[in-house]
Design a protein around this ligand. Structure first.
Ligand SMILES: Nc1nc(=O)c2c([nH]1)NC[C@@H]1CN(c3ccc(C(=O)N[C@@H](CCC(=O)O)C(=O)O)cc3)CN21
Ligand SMILES: O=c1ccn([C@H]2C[C@H](O)[C@@H](COP(=O)(O)O)O2)c(=O)[nH]1
Length: 283
């Protein structure tokens, strides 16, 4: 994945040190990066210069499509990525809205599938998008967003990749995803997989051909305790050929995704990778 390695190198060459109050760590930071994934051509954006746990990334996105709000639900799907944010984050532990162990509160899909209306009730944004696209409708506002500043105090973390905007040109579906904040060594290896996966799966259940997915990142950073591993280990490795991604063709509807689908319905073939690298994770 040349684009990924180029962004890592750019952080090292041009990054500016920024203090982060929430984590108490400094981050080497650049502003704005644009990545493109050609889903039509099957260019699955998996990092090869270290082992990637891509099933975790897919499990997370599946949880966002289902509207999950609890780390135990995410674990059941096969990812522990929400454990720390739900249970080890001091300000969330002290938050009166936290409903107990594993509760994440009003995050991601919980917001997007129940988006509150100022005049009462809520909207299921994903249901509307899937219904429109299935009928060939693109009203230029097919946006699955998790961004609700009025609800930030009710969740353990603000969404990072917060908006997914779908577009139709004839029978081809496109996706523009936007991310406000990006942990390049850890989070981005998941987020690239998620953007590709989201376009592939929504195209499949709406009967469209996938086109390209465009991934916009605003604040891209490396935490100070990750820098050495990135610069002196990962960036010295040569990337390997990309694998291919296979989706179970029996997945046909949003209800399928909500009910029986597991990460076993998504497989990659021919994944070659260098040794794992364990990057520190900042809560
Ligand atoms: N600092 C930070 N970075 C993130 O990337 C991030 C957050 N916080 N909080 C919310 C979610 C949780 N995400 C995570 C959490 C953990 C890993 C992680 O530990 N990944 C390891 C092992 C994964 C596994 O074994 O399943 C990795 O090597 O990729 C990745 C993304 C992404 N997000
Ligand atoms: O999908 C995700 C989720 C989170 N991240 C990273 C980006 C930041 O390092 C932290 C979130 O911290 P904020 O203070 O809320 O910006 O998590 C990611 O890269 N991808």
């Amino acid at each position: 994945m040349r684009q990924y390695l180029d962004l890592c190198q750019r952080l090292i060459n041009e990054g500016i040190w920024v203090e982060n109050e929430r984590t108490g760590k400094r981050c080497l930071t650049v502003i704005n990066a644009d990545l493109t994934y050609d889903v039509a051509a099957g260019e699955f954006p998996l990092v090869t210069t270290r082992k990637s746990f891509y099933k975790s990334a897919i499990a997370e996105m599946l949880g966002y499509l289902r509207g999950y709000d609890n780390a135990a639900q995410f674990r059941q799907l096969g990812t522990k990525t929400w454990d720390a944010n739900a249970n080890d984050n001091a300000s969330w532990l002290a938050n009166p809205y936290r409903k107990g162990t594993d509760d994440c509160g009003f995050i991601y899909g919980k917001v997007g599938r129940n988006f509150p209306k100022p005049d009462g009730g809520s909207i299921d944004l994903l249901r509307k998008i899937v219904d429109d696209l299935t009928q060939g409708i693109d009203d230029r506002g097919e946006i699955y967003t998790f961004y609700h500043p009025g609800a930030f105090h009710m969740g353990c973390l603000r969404p990072c990749m917060y908006s997914h905007h779908f577009s139709l040109l004839g029978d081809t579906l496109y996706l523009n995803s936007t991310q406000r904040s990006c942990d390049v060594p850890l989070g981005l290896t998941f987020n690239m997989v998620q953007v590709y996966f989201l376009l592939a799966i929504i195209a499949q259940i709406t009967g469209k051909k996938p086109g390209k997915a465009y991934h916009k990142i605003v604040n891209a950073h490396i935490y100070e305790d990750q820098l050495e591993l990135m610069r002196d280990v990962q960036l010295t490795r040569e990337p390997l050929p990309l694998p291919t991604f296979k989706v179970n063709p029996d997945i046909k509807t949003l209800e399928d995704l909500e009910t029986w689908v597991t990460t076993d319905d998504f497989e990659i073939e021919g994944y070659q990778y260098h040794d794992p690298i364990q990057y520190p994770f900042s809560v």
